[in-house]
Design a protein around this ligand. Sequence first.
Ligand code: SF4
Ligand code: SF4
Ligand code: SF4
Length: 443
Amino acid sequence: MNRIELTRIPFIKNALKNRYPQLAVFIVMLIGYIFAILAGLIGTPVGSHNFSIVFVWIAWWAILILVAVPFFGRGWCAVCPIPLPGEWLQRGAVLSPPDKKPKWLNLRVPKMFRNIWLQNISFLLLALFSSVLLTTPNITGIVLAAMLFSAIGLSTVFERRAFCRYLCPVGGFIGLYSQTAPIELRIKDKQVCVTCEGKPCYNGSSVGYGCPWDVFPGGLTKNTYCGLCMECIRTCPHDNIAVNLRPFSADLTKPSTRMDEAFKAFIMLGSAIIYAGVLLGPWGAFKDAAYNVGSSSWFIYAIVFLAIIFVVLPGLFTLGIVDTKNALPLKQRFASLSTALIPLGLMFWVAFSLSFVLTNASYIIAALSDPLGLGWNLFGTANATWQPMLTSMLAPAQALALVGGLIWSARTAQKAAGEVKVSSIPVIVYCFFATCFMLWLLL
Ligand code: SF4
Ligand code: SF4
Ligand code: SF4
């Protein structure tokens, strides 16, 4: 399938070029986000009856991992409210044309931090404390507020969206998996960019801001770091930016050579397996340890968690791809071949999320009517009883996701192995055993 340019459709193009539709969505999202913070801090401590837990960790997570990321890549980032207040403060405006004079420090992020290691660390921190985060409203409220204020703070010190690009724990994995999505923003004609004066898509102009994600759209080849903010569509004077529909995982034909991105794939794959083991596996002691944050057993759990992600999974993977006759450095083969883990990890998350989303989705109906757990009954659904949804479809859907993920990752492995001229078989075997283990945990 070739690419289909969606921005050829006047309605889509006008909706993306115009700032008001996006602003309207942003405002609704920001109100929802602030409400989630307040609900977490002042609402009931019972997680299953608090808006912050039910709407963030069940409703939002379901939409994000089951729909937004697989089909729209960084589509969530296009409407995410977290960077907004900081960005408005940084620009000194909400919609007005940019002022050439920076209002704050406007520093460049130091080179050593211009990678996704900080995002990897911030995700791991949330993952390690997820048992309390996902069940305790005030912790969720505090974490949501901390993300908002970190984004504001970084916007006053560094240029553009430093929080999104280098620190956000959610943005890291959305970027990784956005490479699989059938949507992309790209330039139409490279030659037009070569001769374009001033490169307003990156540097800004009187009609809009330079790329908030510090990306030069003219050089985009992957979705990973394009936040789909649509600013370049507005600033490009040559109408040279398109949003395209494309085949799934088109970006994965160009394997990454970066270790931070390779380890992101292991972090996400390992976290999905560990979460499935904690919540659905047969090890009660493992689950107790994960939930007793701060106890000695939790510290052992944390060490095991990190060892699986940083030693066991990459170690076994490396053993499979060692090839003394290959001239390409092992590090480069490791980074390139880890591309195969991207579709596998995404489908692991889809399969795992189906189980807890379908089990807990009925809480959404009750929480709509009583979001703070204070005894309200706004829509008459506050007393809706909990019941798992679509139980008969859960296991087949999970099996389909996992087997589909395995086939997808095998095809990706073949392409990546072809690029670095090695056999794809060890990577496919690795993915096969990982999938069997996940099937055993979930079904
Ligand atoms: S990177 Fe994080 S904070 Fe930034 S837009 Fe995406 S999800 Fe929101
Ligand atoms: S403004 Fe448009 S034509 Fe100029 S470099 Fe950017 S994308 Fe290319
Ligand atoms: S300005 Fe363009 S390239 Fe930069 S993040 Fe926004 S949509 Fe992506």
